[in-house]
Design a protein around this ligand. Structure first.
Ligand code: C2O
Ligand code: CU
Ligand code: CU
Length: 481
């Protein structure tokens, strides 16, 4: 059916988006007929001392991105994507990550505060057939984090094949926030693919300026998905797991909803919006109110950048004829303290131009770019002289001070670990570093557009005992564990 026929049909079926909207993004809501896959929660083995051991296996498999067309995809413990890991502050966790692929990979815990050796960056290689067993104690506020491979030069490919999963961290519960996984609290992993005739993902994630910008939008690996909701309020934990695409998410009827969390934790108070933008690697937690019996499409609208071309519908939400009452959204979420920048704070500048270097230097696994004293709060100034980039720092939490001198949107005022850096602009961050020291094992910072990260728009920093900065060697052997 062409667009005019669709609009006519949509008006007849009462599903057209708000008052004669001229939105060009309308797909047929009836096409959204595959139930949203909700990644299962991964059950840990609890040891004598309380350590919770989670087992992940990277493997190839077959899954149906288009219904009825099984194709090769990669996943953790299954054919595509991975289970959701859930752990609480104070938990001792251990991961056993086994690589059953035919090539080396790594698994990085994006958003996790942990020692560099456990971080799963490009130095923690897992050879085919090998198993890596990092362990740490969860010690950070409640947040929606995630995990994905990070082998240098191969991240774009491994993520595009399907290796990614969510990692939910719990802390004190906030009464009134929906929190029943798969009932009123859903993970939504947004990814775009280009699909060949036979339904398999195609395209070279290292080609062109941005790599992959797909025209098939998947949510949790499901194309044209619907999800049934049974409560008035529903929390969505949204993750942009795409290689390059930026989303501007809103509902077809432009209803408002509340942002309750950023990458690294809950906000101080809910912020009402009717749209939220997410670049690759970023997360946002939202709470949406539904009316009994209604259906509404979640969509992404085109922006003016190169990485947000096109309007696309993503997911149809179908509210049951009767909805369980939800408590009112809490006025306070207990969200983060402001990161206080000391008057003499170190300022570091990072210049993004082109797509394969930072400050003119291509990523080098054996070079330490920055040495940071443990516990420091610093100002990092990210200047982008060209087209779209973003910036992610491992291990830290940061707050956006300003973008070209302007305060960030209220909804982006919380603690984050990944931030959009618009073309030809400068973003200033107040960065809170952690306390795990290791002069010989670096953490990464990089553009999270995977094509850029893989081609060298990445650097390495170590965290060291304050006062020892000048004793640290600036070169390291390329580690393999
Ligand atoms: Cu999400 Cu260095 O990665
Ligand atoms: Cu990370
Ligand atoms: Cu970039």
């Amino acid at each position: 059916m062409n667009r005019r026929q669709f609009l006519a049909a949509a008006v007849l079926s009462g599903l057209a988006s708000g008052c004669g909207s001229s939105s060009g993004s309308g797909s047929d809501p009836a096409a959204f007929r595959t139930e949203l896959r909700v990644p299962p929660l991964l059950k840990p083995k609890v040891g004598e001392d309380g350590t919770r051991t989670f087992a992940l296996t990277m493997q190839r498999g077959r899954s149906e991105i288009l219904p009825g067309k099984p194709v090769e995809t990669w996943g953790f413990n299954g054919p595509h994507l991975g289970p959701t890991i859930r752990a609480a502050r104070g938990d001792k966790v251990r991961m056993t990550v086994t690589n059953r692929l035919d090539e080396p990979s790594t698994v990085h815990w994006h958003g996790m505060r942990l020692p560099a050796k456990m971080d799963g960056g490009p130095h923690q290689t897992i050879e085919p057939g090998g198993t890596w067993t990092p362990h740490w104690t969860i010690d950070q506020p409640a947040a929606t984090s995630w995990y994905h491979p990070h082998p240098h030069g191969q991240t774009a490919k491994h993520v595009y094949r399907g290796l990614a999963g969510m990692f939910i961290i719990d802390d004190q519960s906030v009464p009134g926030l929906p929190s029943r996984y798969g009932v009123d609290d859903f993970p939504l992993i947004f990814q775009d693919k280009n699909l060949a005739e036979d339904g398999s993902p195609t395209g070279d994630p290292l080609k062109g300026t941005f790599g992959i910008l797909g025209d098939h939008m998947l949510v949790n690996g499901t194309y044209q998905a619907f999800v049934n909701v049974r409560t008035e309020q529903v929390r969505f934990r949204m993750l942009n797991g795409s290689n390059a695409r930026m989303y501007h998410l809103s509902f077809a009827d432009r209803r408002t909803f509340h942002i309750v969390g950023n990458d690294a934790g809950l906000l101080a108070a809910p912020v009402e919006v009717d749209q939220v933008s997410l670049t690759p690697g970023e997360r946002v937690e939202v709470v949406v109110t539904f009316a009994a019996g209604e259906q509404v499409l979640l969509r992404t609208l085109a922006g003016s950048d190169d990485i947000d071309e096109g309007d696309f519908d993503l997911l149809k939400i179908v509210a049951a004829p009767r909805l369980a009452a939800s408590p009112p959204l809490p006025a306070r979420l207990g969200g983060p303290a402001t990161i206080v920048v000391p008057p003499n704070a170190t300022v570091r500048r990072f210049r993004l131009n082109g797509h394969d270097a930072i400050n003119g230097k291509e990523m080098d696994m054996s070079r330490i770019d920055e040495v940071i004293p443990a516990g420091a709060v610093e100002i990092w100034e990210i200047e982008n002289t060209v087209y779209a980039h973003n910036f992610h720092i491992h291990e830290v939490a940061f707050q956006v001070l300003d973008v070209d001198g302007d305060k960030p949107a209220a909804y982006a005022s919380g603690h984050k670990d990944t931030v959009y850096v618009p073309p030809k602009s400068t973003v200033r961050l107040a960065v809170q570093f952690g306390r795990f020291t290791d002069p010989a094992m670096p953490y990464m910072y990089h553009c999270h557009i995977l094509r850029h990260e893989d081609s060298g728009m990445m650097g390495q920093f170590v965290i060291v005992k304050p006062g020892t900065e000048n004793q640290v060697s600036r070169t390291i052997a390329a580690h393999h564990e």
